[in-house]
Design a protein. Sequence first.
Length: 417
Amino acid sequence: MRTPESAYDRRRLRQWLAGEARADGVSRRDMLRLLAAAGLAGAAPVALSAPAAASTADGIVKSLPADLFTVRGTNAETRFASLAGTGYHTPNDRFFVRNHTATPVLSAADWTLTVWGDGLTRDRPVEFSLADLKKLPAVSRSAFLECAGNGRAFFTRQQGQSVSGTAWTLGAIGAARWRGVRLADVLKRAGLGRRAVDVLPRGLDADYVTADGTVLGRVRRPLPLSKALDDVLLAYEMNGEPLPYDHGHPVRVLVPSWIGIASIKWVGDIQVSARPLYSPWNTDFYRLFGDAHPDGGSAPLTRQTIKSAWELDEQAALAAGVTHHLTGRSWSGGGGVVRVDVSTDGGTTWNAARLRDAPRRDGWVRWSTHWRPKAPGPHTLLARATDSTGRTQPDATVHNTQGYLFDAVVHHAVNAV
């Protein structure tokens, strides 16, 4: 079943603007104040962070060696060069970390999931332990997970535009083999009612507090019931292992092809509602604001966009007069990638890369090309993907103040020596 997302987005946007939807945790007055606090009335330019030498970061449990990660505040970006030769799935030890607060260290034995709300046929909450979930039919799915701000730094670097938020390059993505249970099976077991329209998972991490001291509560974001019943998982394994702490242990939501914020980590409860639900994470954040977008912002973001990345450090030194085997990955939230064209001369000429994987929904493809730089000096590598819907990466991305969904062809600088 395919989710009618465009209709959902238009309907929810009208309901929000008309005041007909429940806005959990934020008033209209607070919304305006928070927009200003978030920098949407005049966002500051992104400052690119240098790779961190530290092996750890505040609020992140796993080790973050500098050859694998760039630490960005409470987050850790995967260095794309570290994925070369690792196979299709991103190893857990180099999967990016996106935290709003800090990773909670939770006990799987003590964990419970509470499902509640007026969208159920029962008038009381229903609880599931991890053991209860594992009694339901298990499902495995390979899917990428990507932050909506992945590529944000290139709004400034390539397009000279001001945006706010973490200055990710292209490493806020990873693909894994997830195992868990279908959210649809859990909702049906809890007593899903005919009046249900929205499902709101909420994490067990600490309350998120904005720079001006506003407490927004724990991270939560609603899903339309049609998506929740389609392909969403409650995952408890990642690449054949129990979920690591930083990636949602013991159970997280996995929403394939949607922006990463929809895949709530450390899920503790799920509200099933007979009315549309909202939270700050689909009203103030994760929408498109700016001159090119509607007054009051776009509809809440859902599907990811299309991107390509070289498995090579920026400013990498490559020997001139030697043939190099270069690799990369491309992906799209709209469909499988069917073609990748590459240029080694800044876009003057293009050639088709060799695809190593079949196109798949919710996945990426690995690709390769050969290049022999003739003479020493700077060079610009480009990669441009096309997906099964016919969408191709553009030369520039339409600006939005929070720097979401950058999809333009990235200019990757290297040096022949």
